[in-house]
Design a protein around this ligand. Structure first.
Ligand SMILES: NC(=O)c1ccc[n+]([C@@H]2O[C@H](COP(=O)([O-])OP(=O)(O)OC[C@H]3O[C@@H](n4cnc5c(N)ncnc54)[C@H](OP(=O)(O)O)[C@@H]3O)[C@@H](O)[C@H]2O)c1
Length: 281
C-alpha cells in the first residue's frame, strides 16, 4: 500500500532533502511550497513528489492544501512539520510583531497543520508526526530567543498532544538538529538586518557589537553546518523504525546544547555569557 507523507517547507534545505530521500525510498510525498518556481522545481526532482501550495500561516492556504490531498488520498502516514524561520533580536527592544511572526510560522502553523492532518491518520495503527525542532529548543542562545522559544513551544505543544490524544497508533517525534548548512542562515541574517532597523537608536547602539558578531557567525553557518542529507537520512530512519524515540539530537553542537541544559540555570547563564563576551572581544 502507498504511504503518503506531508512535508511543510519543502522548497529548500532540510525539507527538500527529506522530500527527495523519502520519494526515492518509495513514499508518496506531498511537498509544501509557496512559490510556483519551487513547485516546478520539485516536480522535476522525482515522480513520487507531489508539490502542494501551503503557507502554514494562512488558513485558506492550509484548507486548500488539504482539499488537494483529499483528492488523492484519505490517509496520511506521516506529517513532517519542517517549515520554519529563525528571527533574532534583543528581548529588551525586539518589536512584538517579530515575535508574533516567529510564532505564527514555527509554532501555530505547525499545530494548525497537525490539526488538519490528524483526521487523515485517525484509522491508522501506525502514523507519525515528526517535528523539526532544533538544539535551540534548549534555549541557551542569546539574541535568537524568538527562535529558541518557538522551538521549545513547538516541542511542548506536541508533547501535550501525545499525552492527550486518544489515537493509539500516533507517534510524535522531535528532531533537534545542531547547525545544518541550509539557506536558513542567510535568510535569517537578511531578515534580522531589516528588523534591526526597526529597533530604536538606543537599542541599535547598545547591541551593535553583539549583532555584528552574530551576523558573521550566522553567515558562516550557511556552509559550515552538517549536510542536510544527514537529517533526511534520520527522518527516513524515524519513519521506518518500529519504535522511534521521542527525541533525537543530531550534531555534536546539539548534544552539547542538551548537556548544557542539564546544568543549573545560573551556571549555564554564566558560561553562555562569558563565552559570548570572549568570542566578541
Ligand atoms: N539549518 C539549520 O541549522 C537548522 C537547525 C535546526 C533546525 N532547523 C529547522 O529546520 C527547518 C527547515 O529549515 P532549513 O534549515 O531547511 O531552512 P530553509 O532552507 O530556509 O527552509 C525553510 C522552509 O520553510 C519554508 N517556510 C517559511 N515560512 C513558511 C510559511 N509561512 N509557510 C510555509 N513554509 C514556510 C520555506 O519556504 P520559502 O522558500 O517559501 O520561504 C522553506 O521551504 C526549520 O524549521 C528550521 O528551524 C534548521
Amino acid at each position: 500500500m502507498e504511504k503518503y507523507v506531508l512535508i511543510t517547507g519543502a522548497s529548500s534545505g532540510l525539507g527538500k532533502a527529506a522530500a527527495l530521500k523519502l520519494a526515492e525510498k518509495g513514499f508518496k510525498v506531498f511537498a509544501g511550497v509557496r512559490k510556483q518556481e519551487d513547485k516546478e522545481n520539485l516536480e522535476q526532482l522525482h515522480s513520487n513528489i507531489i508539490p502542494i501550495f501551503l503557507d502554514v500561516t494562512n488558513d485558506e492556504s492550509i484548507n486548500y492544501a488539504f482539499e488537494k490531498i483529499k483528492e488523492i488520498t484519505d490517509s496520511l502516514y506521516a506529517l513532517i512539520n519542517n517549515a520554519g524561520v529563525a528571527l533574532a533580536g534583543p528581548v529588551e527592544y525586539i518589536p512584538v510583531g517579530i515575535l508574533k511572526k516567529q510564532f505564527d510560522i514555527n509554532v501555530f502553523g505547525a499545530v494548525h497543520v497537525a490539526q488538519k492532518a490528524l483526521p487523515f491518520m485517525k484509522n491508522s495503527d501506525d502514523c507519525r508526526i515528526i517535528n523539526i525542532s532544533s538544539m535551540a529548543s534548549y534555549g541557551i542562545f542569546p539574541f535568537i530567543s524568538p527562535y529558541c522559544v518557538s522551538k521549545r513551544a513547538l516541542d511542548m505543544f506536541f508533547n501535550s498532544l501525545l499525552v492527550e490524544c486518544k489515537m493509539k497508533g500516533l507517534k510524535i517525534i522531535s528532531i533537534k538538529p545542531g547547525v545544518v548548512a541550509t539557506p536558513i542562515w542567510n535568510k535569517s541574517v537578511d531578515e534580522s538586518v531589516k528588523n534591526l532597523e526597526l529597533l530604536c537608536n538606543e537599542g541599535k547602539q547598545k547591541y551593535a557589537k553583539e549583532f555584528d558578531f552574530l551576523i558573521q557567525n550566522a553567515r558562516k553557518n550557511t556552509t559550515k553546518g552538517i549536510d542536510p542529507q544527514k537529517i533526511a537520512d534520520l527522518i527516513y530512519h524515524v519513519l521506518t523504525v518500529k519504535n522511534p524515540k521521542l527525541s533525537y539530537n543530531i550534531g555534536k553542537d546539539s548534544c552539547f546544547a542538551k548537556f548544557m541544559s542539564y546544568l543549573p540555570q545560573n551556571l549555564c547563564n554564566f558560561l553562555v555569557k562569558t563565552g559570548l563576551r570572549k568570542r566578541i572581544n
